[in-house]
Design a protein around this ligand. Structure first.
Ligand SMILES: [Zn+2]
Length: 202
């Protein structure tokens, strides 16, 4: 493989389980050999999807100001934005905060399950490319930091009560990052190549 930063070429075939390879010229991370990498990926994807469901199903935040209380779930926030004349923001939140990361986790779950069961299908190659492309477009952690910052600001004007879904979404954003971090591109493509070769031989 070539170093992603400086293109120096390496042979990483001799790595044993748990060993990590870094570039000797620029120090960039190359790959890590992990036999349980796909099991981890699958677990993070399942746990992340469950957390996202919790994150969407229950009240996210409630505000109390001068006797009025408004309770909102995450999907209600999207509808509220739309109704208040911000369809652009509503779309951005729905797409980048909920739909896109959910789709990435669903696809990772499907792909890792196929690999764990040692199955290869021709659609896995384009779907994998799609996932690698989509993952750079989700803004889960940016959103969560944004919420924390606005909470501090709103806290001066109204009483903010954090709902169950706030923690659900928080867990989701951590699990999403873990899932992406456990996805080693080189190991992934190698495994896909190996499964494809097995199928041709069989
Ligand atoms: Zn390098």
């Amino acid at each position: 493989m070539a170093c992603p930063s400086c293109d120096l070429l390496y042979d990483v075939a001799g790595l044993r389980d748990g060993e990590k390879a870094s570039c000797s010229r620029c120090g960039d991370f190359l790959t890590r050999m992990r036999s349980d990498g796909f099991i981890k990926l699958q677990s993070y994807a399942i746990a992340g999807l469950v957390s996202l469901m919790i994150g969407c199903a229950f009240p996210f935040l409630s505000f109390k100001s001068s006797g009025l209380e408004s309770v909102m779930t995450l999907p209600q926030m999207v509808i509220q934005l739309y109704e208040q004349g911000r369809p652009d923001l509503a779309f951005l939140v729905a797409a980048f905060i909920i739909a896109l990361p959910a789709a990435v986790l669903v696809l990772l779950l499907v792909l890792s399950t196929c690999i764990i069961r040692q199955r290869y299908y021709a659609w896995m190659v384009p779907v994998t490319r799609l996932v690698f492309h989509m993952q750079s477009w989700s803004m889960v952690e940016v959103f969560f930091i944004g919420v924390l910052v606005s909470l501090v600001k709103i806290g001066h004007m109204a009483t903010v009560v954090i709902g169950l879904s706030f923690w659900g979404y928080g867990a989701f954003s951590v699990l999403f990052i873990f899932a992406i971090a456990s996805l080693d591109r080189l190991q992934y493509w190698n495994e896909l190549d190996r499964l494809a070769g097995l199928q041709h031989a069989g």
